[in-house]
Write a protein that binds this ligand. Structure first.
Ligand code: FE2
Length: 79
């Protein structure tokens, strides 16, 4: 038995979102440490990475909404 493509995509997107949230938490933690150690240049670099992770999370979230709409339409027709 094979899962519907939309379900597979949503599981993959869930994993991608989980990864981005994890990366954001790690960068936030590293920034706090760099601030405590007094390294503003490191804080700046880490903040740039953090911004990229937020951007990627937004893209994943946008894709998840689109995929969820497709899945809802697919299953509404299947019933
Ligand atoms: Fe990432």
């Amino acid at each position: 038995m094979r899962a519907e493509d939309e379900v597979v995509d949503l599981v993959i997107l869930s994993g991608a979102g989980e990864t981005e949230h994890h990366e954001i938490a790690v960068y936030e933690n590293l920034i706090i440490q760099a601030e405590a150690l007094g390294h503003p240049e490191v804080v700046q670099l880490l903040s740039q990475n953090l911004e990229q992770e937020h951007h990627t999370l937004e893209e994943v979230t946008r894709a998840t909404h689109e995929c969820a709409r497709k899945a809802a339409a697919h299953f509404a027709h299947a019933v």
